[in-house]
Design a protein around this ligand. Structure first.
Ligand SMILES: NC(=O)N[C@@H](CC(=O)O)C(=O)O
Ligand SMILES: [Zn+2]
Ligand SMILES: [Zn+2]
Length: 449
């Protein structure tokens, strides 16, 4: 994969959905943009793609993906997850460390990083665990992960909260040395013992143990105060409640270096979906209420919430098709995220395409300190790009997704917007909505047991 990519000439592509123009990609960068791009010397022998009616965006960046390798390759691998990411329009994903073994050493993060490079469909950036084994007892070797070839900048015990305030303080202090960030899974464990779904009218009706909004909001508030105290940087994972939006807005107003993400599913789905007891709708944090959905959409529109992150959480069939209380929480997200954002934020007038680029590419790259991604569509910039047909619709079928698991909460749903092509450093990873030119391993296409 070190040979030079064939130049690509995109005809009549619309950067950010604005004026259509020609865009020439060569040697991994955007070399020309405009009516004279075809006449550029580097256009000789270029592959031409008719992009009429298509929106050109910077390649999407997911700050929160679960790739399950090492340890649960029956649910996902770096290969199948990379394929899902490329098909979803992503050029980079940050991989959560709740694997087996946990990504809490330089050795494991380097292994994941190299797997991603070998597959070559997206850049895979490992997230390092905050604590050894994610046990919440003592800090992992954050510095060794930061200085490894994986150059880790994001640290998280995701799946669990760093609930001990002293450990959280130490982590926030430690990551300052290399401009890192602690990404917190905000869940006060004492307030969520045995929790099965959002605590509210629906949980009362169903008789399921509730996960109250305050369990999230209390941790976010505490961590913002700790972040101020040690003058560090905090990222809030999968923010899900109206109250959390208020807490982050207040912290930002007084200058806290906090950023926050919302998942696509929290932008559209609610706790009412639990009534059928179908564990495909079980997720952590849980689906909330209509009022929360409205608040997180408004928070994303006004910048209180910085990014959309998928929290792509593949689970094997036996871990999802069982009793609700036994099921693993989590949902697929990589191949549906852009469509959900189009439906909930663009079609509603809350964001334009520049806004989509901001929350799905520019801001996540900036928060993760990832160079070369999240850059503007402009001459001289790396050709990490995604081309979207905004008028197409498609019906989601879990069995047809590239992920090795099928636990999409959008099964059978018609969604707007289709990723037509994705380019990683000028090389197509997806063309005509299909994967190109990569060996994602023997597992792709064989799912479940
Ligand atoms: N979101 C989830 O419901 N599950 C995630 C863990 C997490 O993001 O907390 C997983 O790893 O499956
Ligand atoms: Zn989490
Ligand atoms: Zn997660």
């Amino acid at each position: 994969m070190t040979d030079r990519p064939v130049p690509v000439l995109l005809r009549h592509a619309a950067p950010y959905g604005e004026e259509p123009t020609d865009v020439l990609l060569a040697d991994g960068v955007i070399v020309a943009l405009g009516a004279d791009a075809a006449a550029h010397p580097a256009a000789a022998g270029a592959q031409e793609i008719d992009a009429t009616g298509r929106v050109l965006l910077p390649g999407l960046v997911d700050l929160h993906t679960h790739l399950r390798e090492p340890g649960r390759e029956d649910a996902e691998t770096v290969g199948t997850g990379s394929a899902a990411a490329a098909l979803g329009g992503y050029t980079a994903v940050f991989a959560m460390p709740n694997t087996d073994p946990v990504a809490d050493t330089a050795g494991v993060v380097e292994q994941v990083f190299r797997l991603g490079q070998d597959i070559g469909l997206v850049d895979v950036l490992p997230i390092g665990a905050v604590t050894v084994g994610r046990k919440g007892e003592r800090l992992a070797e954050l510095g060794a992960m930061a200085t490894s070839v994986a150059a880790v900048r994001v640290f998280s015990d995701d799946g669990d909260c760093v609930s001990d305030p002293m450990l959280m303080r130490r982590a926030l202090e430690y990551v300052k040395a290399f401009d890192g960030v602690v990404a917190q899974h905000a869940q006060e464990p004492r307030l969520t013992v045995g929790a099965q779904m959002h605590e509210g009218a629906v949980s009362a009706r169903l008789g399921l143990t509730g996960w109250p909004a305050v369990a999230e909001e209390a941790i976010i508030a505490r961590d913002c105060l700790l972040t101020d105290h040690v003058d560090s940087r905090l990222h809030v994972c999968h923010l899900s409640t109206a109250g959390s939006v208020d807490v982050v807005a207040a912290a930002k107003a007084r200058g806290t270096a906090v950023t926050a993400e919302v998942t696509p599913h929290h932008l559209v789905l609610t706790d009412e979906l639990a009534v059928g007891y179908d564990p495909v709708f079980k997720v952590n944090p849980p689906l909330r209420t209509d009022a929360d959905v409205a608040a997180v959409r408004a928070g994303l529109a006004d910048g209180t919430i910085d990014i959309v992150a998928t929290d792509h959480a593949p689970h094997a069939q036996q871990d999802k098709e069982c009793e609700w209380d036994q099921a693993s929480p989590g949902m697929l997200g990589l191949q549906t995220a852009l469509s959900v954002v189009l439906e909930t934020m663009v079609r509603t007038g809350l964001l334009d395409w520049r806004g989509v680029a901001r929350v799905m590419s520019e801001n996540p790259a900036r928060i993760g300190r990832l160079a070369g991604h999240g850059r503007p569509v402009a001459v001289g910039e790396p050709a990490n790009l995604t081309l979207v047909d905004p008028d197409a619709t498609w019906v989601v079928r879990g069995s047809e997704l590239a992920s090795r698991s099928a636990n999409t909460p959008f099964e059978g749903r018609e969604l707007p917007g289709r990723v037509v092509a994705t380019f990683l450093r000028g090389r197509p990873t997806v063309l005509d909505g299909q994967l190109v030119g990569a060996d994602v391993g023997a597992g792709l296409g064989t799912r479940g047991e």
